[in-house]
Design a protein around this ligand. Sequence first.
Ligand code: ADP
Ligand code: ZN
Length: 730
Amino acid sequence: MSDRIPVLLPYPFEGPFDYAVPLGAVAPPPGTLVQVPLGRREVLGIVWSRGQDSGPWPAELTTAGARPVSHNRLRPISAVIDAPPMPDDLRRFVDWLAAYTLTPPGLVMAMAMRTNAITPPPPLAGWALAEPWPETTRLTAQRARVREALAAGPLTTRGLAEAAGVGDGVIRGMGQAGLLRAVDLSTPAFTAPDPDHPGPVLSSEQRAAADELRAVRGFGVTLLEGVTGSGKTEVYFEAIAEALRQGRQALVLLPEIALSAQWLERFRQRFGVAPTVWHSDLGSRRRRIAWRAVADGSARVVVGARSALFLPFGELGLIVVDEEHETAFKQEEGVTYHARDMAVVRARLADIPIVLASATPSLETRANVEAGRYRHLRLARRHGGATLPEVAAIDMRAHPPERGAFLSPVLVDAVREHLGRGEQALLFLNRRGYAPLTLCRTCGHRIECPNCTAWLVEHRARARLACHHCGYSAPIPELCPSCGAAHSLTPIGPGVERITDEAAALFPQARRLVMASDTLVGPDAAARAAGAIAAREVDLVIGTQIVAKGWHFPHLTLVGVVDADLGLSGGDLRAAERTVQLLHQVAGRAGRAEAPGRVLLQSWMPEHPATVALVAGDLDGFMAREAAQRRPGHWPPYGRLAALIVSADAATDADAAARRLGQTAPKGDGIEVLGPAPAPLALLRGRHRRRLLLRTRRDIAVQPILRAWLAEAAIRGAARVDIDVDPVSF
Ligand code: ADP
Ligand code: ZN
C-alpha cells in the first residue's frame, strides 16, 4: 500500500518525512511539489522516492530537536501544487550530492527549489533586441549601451534604462526605429538557438576536435585542452549544436557569469540568439521565467553559474564546464560542493556527455585523463595565426624598482615601448586596495582585523582600512592604535590602487582603467570595462584576477605581472598550481591578434619552479612534477581528502571540540588524520577555527568514515563542525 509517501522538505532534517495520501486521492508521483503540515506551519516539499537516501545523518548535522515524524502521527498531504515536477535524475542528483558532501538532503533540494518558481509571473511589458539585428546600423554610444544591456535577454523599460544608463526616450526611439521589439516578459518567447545558423568557420584543428566531441553518445567526459586563444569556445559550441539537433537541452557552466559578456556575444553570433542566463543575482522575475522555461523545455541552452546544476532540465543532453580549473566552481558557503565534479556526477546520472574546457587543466582532471577515465582533445594553436606570447622573468634583485616604487625599470621601459607603439598594456596584481599591510614604524604594530586572523587592507580612495574576509572596515587612524605614535603608520606592499598611482606618475598621458572587483560596481561594469578595452578607449589596464578571465583584447600586447611570487609561499600545497594557472591565464590575454604578445613576470625568486615553468611555457612538466610530489603521500588527486572545520565563539570551546575529534579519530590501513591544528584562518568573522584533515587512499571513501567519526565524537553545544569533502586548499 502506498498510502504513505515520503516528502522531502527544504530543511536540515535527516531525510524525507512520511505523509499520508488523503482518503480517495491518488498518490502524487515522485517529483511532485506538495504542501504539507509541519508542526503548526504549512510548508512546501517534494514527493521523494524511497530507498535511495544514504542516511542516517549524524545528529550534529541536523537542527537541534528535529526528529522524523513517528508513524502514528502520520498527517495527510494538504495540497498538490500545480508546478513542473522535479525530474527523476535531478532527484537522484540531489541525493547523491547530499550523501557525498554529508549534507542533509533537504538543504540540497532547497537549492533546486529556492527559485519561487511555484507561481507563474504576472504579465509585464519589456524590450528585446530586434531579430535579426541590423548589423550595419551605426549606433550612438547610448544606443550601443542599450544593445549591450539586452545581450543577456529582455528587460523592462525601467530595468533597461538603469542597466544602460539611458533615459526612456532613447529606448522608445530605438523601438520606433525597429531596433527593439516590445515583448511580454511574463511569458517570454524563448527563441530556440539555431544549430545551423551560419557561425564562424572552424580551422581544421578546431573542426577535428569538434567532430570528436560531436560523436560522443551517452555518458563520457572529455577534457578539451587548448592554449589560450585557440577557440575552445567555438569548438564546444559544435557539441552544443549537436545536442540541439538531437532535440536536447544543453548547460554551460562558467565560473563567473558576471564576466561573460563577450561569451554571450559569441554565442549570439554562433546561434543567432542569446542563451538563457542563470545566476544568483538574477532578479526574482527573471529567475522564475528562466526556471519555468528550463522545466517546460522552451529554454534550450542555459549558461550559468554553479547553481544552474540544480535546474529542472527535462531533456538535458550535454554539459560543458568552461575554465574547469577555476576554484570559483567550489561553493564554500552553505552546502560545500565543487560544481565541476558535481557536473560530472549529474552527467553520469543523466547518461550524457560532458566537456571540461581549460587552457590550464586542474591536476584532478589531468589525473583522470592519465587514468583513462576521461578523453583528451588538444588545440595546440591560437586561432587566426596569432602566436603565443613570449614570457620572461624580471629578476628584481638585479633590476630593483626605485625606492618606494614597485615597478622595475625593465617593466617601465617595456610599458613605455608598447604604449608608444599605440598598443595596450596590462599591469596585473592580484590584490585589491592600496596596501595589504599597515605597519607602525615606531612599535612594529601591524593593524589586524578584530574578527579575523588577517591584516586590514588600506583602501586609500575610500580612506579606510578593510578586511577582505569579513567586510569589517574602519577609517585609517591618525595615530598608531598600539603605541599612539603620530605620523608613524606606513603602508607596506602594493595593491592595484597603489600600482595605479605609480603608473599615473610614470605614464600621465596613458588612459588608465582599473579592473578589480571593488572598482567595477554593478552587474554590467565588467562588461563595459572589457568593451572599452576592446574598443581601444584605454591604453593601460591595471587589474586583479578579474582581467584573467577569458577576455579577448585584440590590441593588448604587453602583460606585466607585478608580483609573480604572490601566492607561491604559504602552507597551501595547491598554491603553486593555482598561481601557475592564474598567471598563465593572465599571460594568455596578450597578443591575441596580429601583433605578438609579451609577458614580463616581476620576481624576487625567478628560480622557483612555477616561474621557470611559466617562462618555458612548460605547464605539462610543471604539473607532472606537482603530481609526482603528491602521489607518494596520497594527497589529492591520488588520495581522498576531507576537512573538518571546528568553530566556536570561544577559543576554549573550539579547542575542546577539536581535541575530542582528535581523540576519536578513525584509524586503519590507508586512513590518516592530520591535526587538530589552527585552521588557515584561525579566527574568521569572530569565530575561532580549528581544522582536522582526513586523508585516505583513493580506494577508501571518506563519507562512511566521517559519519562514524562524527557520531562517536558527538560534538554538541557551543562548537560546530563543518565538513568539506575535497577541500580546494590544503
Ligand atoms: P580560448 O577560449 O581557447 O582562449 P577563444 O575561444 O576565446 O579561445 O577564442 C579566441 C578568439 O578567437 C575569440 O575572439 C574567438 O571569437 C576567435 N575565434 C576562435 N575560433 C574562431 C574561428 N573559427 N573563426 C573566427 N574567430 C574565431
Ligand atoms: Zn575580518
